[in-house]
Design a protein around this ligand. Structure first.
Ligand code: SF4
Ligand code: SF4
Ligand code: SF4
Length: 255
């Protein structure tokens, strides 16, 4: 069988999702035997040339050159898949979307004039067509394997669309929201992480992003009834998926 060509691309990100790919120790031999890895700068210095059957894209678009580069990647690629919260939702760096970027530049950098950046950090799907989004911070490697396997078998990936609460109930984890009034974002968050945080008695902070049709307003009302202020509720959502949660909350990117 001719091996499909795969490229792994980085935009604004911490590299954690690419490292997760490299950390798939059990699966890596299959990965390199089934795919021709043609571009993966985190793994080695490879020139960007030719076309790709599949591109895995990490990171958000937050500079002018990235806006041009993501279009080039799309043009070279048959199937474009984003990996992680930065690429799917703009990442933690999208917090600047609700502030003045010039203020941040002045406060953070000794020479703000040297910083070239866009005022907003945006998901890849705001710029080009995305065939599939894998969420999480970092991306879940089981979901990545499932997606790559389904590409080879030409079928739809079996990745859950329901909320984390479903996964949590199946595992028999006591509910932190009901039993302890802790502000768990599980009801509005996509399943897929294996209920990492509630299993450790920690509330979910939504790193898998909003599930489709999430009723965020209703959950925030439950938090307010449990004694959290409106400001605290917004802070709960303002993390690596701030852009997606705010959009899902109002459809306008703002509460
Ligand atoms: S999604 Fe998280 S782990 Fe992945 S690149 Fe962004 S910040 Fe890093
Ligand atoms: S602990 Fe969180 S994820 Fe689990 S059932 Fe309760 S609200 Fe849902
Ligand atoms: S429980 Fe929530 S915050 Fe924790 S890993 Fe899963 S999705 Fe992310």
């Amino acid at each position: 069988m001719k091996r499909p060509w795969i490229g792994v691309f980085k935009f604004t990100s911490c590299d954690g999702c690419q490292l997760s790919v490299l950390n798939m120790e059990d699966e890596l031999p299959d990965f390199v035997s089934l795919f021709q890895v043609a571009y993966f700068r985190e793994a080695g210095d490879m020139p960007l040339r030719g076309r790709f059957d599949i591109a895995l894209v990490e990171g958000s678009v937050s500079t002018g050159w990235q806006k041009a580069q993501i279009i080039e990647v799309r043009e070279r690629t048959r199937h474009l898949v984003t990996i992680g919260a930065c690429a799917a939702a703009g990442g933690l760096q999208a917090l600047r979307n609700w502030a003045d970027i010039e203020d941040y530049k002045r406060l953070v950098y000794p020479s703000p004039d040297m910083i070239e950046t866009l005022p907003c950090s945006t998901p890849v799907s705001d710029h080009v067509y995305v065939d599939y989004e894998l969420w999480g911070c970092p991306v879940n490697c089981d979901e990545l394997s499932e997606m790559l396997g389904s590409f080879l078998l030409d079928r739809k990936p079996g990745i859950p669309a329901y909320s984390l609460c479903m996964e949590c109930k199946r595992k028999g984890v006591p509910c932190l929201l009901v039993a302890k009034s802790e502000p768990c974002l599980g009801p509005v968050t996509r399943a897929g992480c294996g209920v990492l945080c509630p299993s450790m008695e920690r509330p979910c902070y939504g790193c898998f992003g909003p599930k489709e049709g999430a009723n965020i307003g209703s959950l925030l009302e439950a938090f307010r009834n449990a004694g959290f202020s409106s400001h605290e509720c917004v802070l709960l959502l303002d993390k690596m998926n701030t852009y997606a949660f705010r959009e899902a909350g109002t459809g306008e990117g703002r509460f």
